[in-house]
Each structure stands twice: as structure tokens, then as C-alpha cells.
Design a protein around this ligand. Structure first.
Ligand code: ZN
Length: 281
């Protein structure tokens, strides 16, 4: 079940869809297949006029351990089975060109795409949410975390200055964003709530019910007004330069990959990989 179905699509109540990450054995690590399946599920919920609220949940003890760094094959081979949803191209190109194309499509591109779905989205987070995991939770409009939820971006140790969807300053404020990046320390659910990144912290055994109840309350409202409210808040962030700053961070991220390729022969600093594997355990 887990290997064939990385994403589950559930209808737990009228007007509500729950999309579930379903690779618990690998702590919901994101390979290319999972990300495209998730995108297809978001598209399905967005295009279904009967759906008003979308919940993003995860099976297993952890929300997501981030990108699946064990995915094999060349970039062209990783991308070949899937229909590209953005406009970028050149996945088979050598050097930085192919890597930038892939990361612009499946990391920055998909996360930005989900952020702009014109319906309320709620991330339901338990356990660890590491690096690429943030790129699934942050694009959602609301985040509900269980008491045991822990957030971290450990990419600086791997020679990269932060994940591809660089939401840190917007989610945490500049100082805490820098501390999170510089130290890779865990941010607890309670700290994340105090910083405004998380809406509510609830006991683990109440997480699903609390999130569904919130979704039901939102679903009683007119969908067009919900869309307009979301669009207005997103526009406020964009008027402050969010998208432009994220694009700059993405370019710096690509610089880091190219640097690591030149110095270490791989896209990340190998000394950081050990640290990452320990934090996932
Ligand atoms: Zn990257």
C-alpha cells in the first residue's frame, strides 16, 4: 500500500478533502513521485467545485523528513515519468542548468503553486517536519501542530543556505529565521505558535479531530469570500516583496549546489549528510 500509493485522497466531511502523505516507512520523505502525486491531489481538490477546504495530513509518527536524498538516477531520469506543470525546461541539460530546472519545477514551483490554490488549506503536523517538510506545511494557509511537533531546517550543515521555498523570514521573523538556519535547532510546536508560524497546538490524539472541526467551521462560509480573503492576505505578503525575496534566495540556493558540485563533487556538503540522517532517526 505505501509503495504504490504515496498520497491518499479522503473526503472526511462534506466540502472537505484530506490529502494524506503516505510514505510512513520513510518518514514521508519526498521523492519526485510523491510530489507529483501530491500536486495532482491538490489540483483535484482545487478543481472540484464541491470542495471548500483542503487538509494536508501525514500518516505515521512524522509529518515529513524532507526531500528523499536517496532517490537514484539522473535528473532527466527522475523527471521523465512525470508531466511538468511549470514552464521551466531543460531537465536533461548538464551542470547547473538541469538541476535548477528540476528544483524550480518540483520544489519552489510546486510549493508556490500550492500556496496560491484559491481555497483554504490547513496543514496538520505531527512529529518531525524537517527542511523539505517545511515546504509542504508553509504553503498552507493554517498550520495545526500536535504537542510533539518539531520543525527544523538543517540545510546549512549540508552547505546550502536554506530550503528552496525560502519562507523563513516570513514565517518566523528575521531573527528567529537566522537562528533556525544557523543552528538547525528544533523549533517546538509551542515556540512556532508563539512566533505566529503555527495557529494551534493540540494533543496528538486530538490533532485530526481538531483540524477537521476547524475545517468544518471554515466550510460553512461562502467559498468566494474565502478565496478573496486568502487572495488579499497573500497579496499583502507579496506587496512586501515575498516572492521577489524568495526568488533571490532560490538563486543563492542554486549557487550553493554549484559550489558544492565544484568542491565536493556532489550537490550538498557530504559532512552534513551524516548530521541529517541522525536528526531523521
Ligand atoms: Zn536544492
Amino acid at each position: 500500500m505505501t509503495a504504490e500509493t504515496p498520497i491518499l485522497y479522503e473526503s472526511p466531511a462534506e466540502h472537505i478533502v484530506r490529502i494524506v502523505l503516505n510514505r510512513p516507512d520513510s518518514r514521508n520523505a519526498q521523492d519526485t513521485g510523491l510530489l507529483y502525486a501530491l500536486n495532482a491531489a491538490f489540483d483535484r481538490a482545487a478543481q472540484d467545485d464541491g470542495v471548500k477546504v483542503i487538509i494536508l495530513a501525514a500518516n505515521g509518527p512524522h509529518f515529513s523528513s524532507g526531500h528523499d536524498l536517496r532517490e537514484g538516477g539522473s535528473i532527466a531520469e527522475q523527471m521523465a515519468p512525470f508531466d511538468v506543470v511549470g514552464t521551466w525546461c531543460g531537465f536533461g541539460c548538464a551542470g547547473a542548468e538541469g538541476r535548477m530546472a528540476r528544483e524550480k519545477e518540483i520544489y519552489l514551483g510546486l510549493s508556490e503553486r500550492w500556496r496560491n490554490i484559491p481555497k483554504p488549506t490547513i496543514a496538520q503536523v505531527q512529529g518531525k517536519c524537517i527542511s523539505g517538510g517545511l515546504m509542504l506545511a508553509w504553503p498552507c494557509d493554517l498550520i495545526i501542530a500536535s504537542h510533539d511537533a518539531l520543525f527544523s531546517d538543517n540545510t546549512v550543515g549540508m552547505g546550502v543556505g536554506g530550503v528552496e521555498y525560502f519562507g523563513h523570514p516570513w514565517e518566523l521573523g528575521p531573527r528567529k529565521a537566522k537562528e533556525l538556519l544557523f543552528t538547525a535547532d528544533w523549533l517546538t510546536a509551542q515556540e512556532a505558535r508563539s512566533l505566529g508560524m503555527v495557529n494551534h497546538v493540540v494533543p496528538a490524539d486530538e490533532l485530526a479531530e481538531f483540524t477537521l472541526d476547524l475545517a468544518k467551521r471554515i466550510a460553512t462560509k461562502p467559498l468566494f469570500a474565502l478565496k478573496l480573503a486568502k487572495e488579499a492576505v497573500n497579496a499583502a505578503e507579496d506587496a512586501q516583496g515575498r516572492a521577489s525575496a524568495m526568488n533571490t534566495a532560490f538563486a543563492l540556493h542554486q549557487l550553493a549546489h554549484s559550489h558544492n558540485m565544484q568542491v565536493h563533487g556532489m550537490a550538498v556538503d557530504p559532512s552534513g549528510l551524516q548530521v541529517r540522517r541522525k536528526s531523521e532517526a
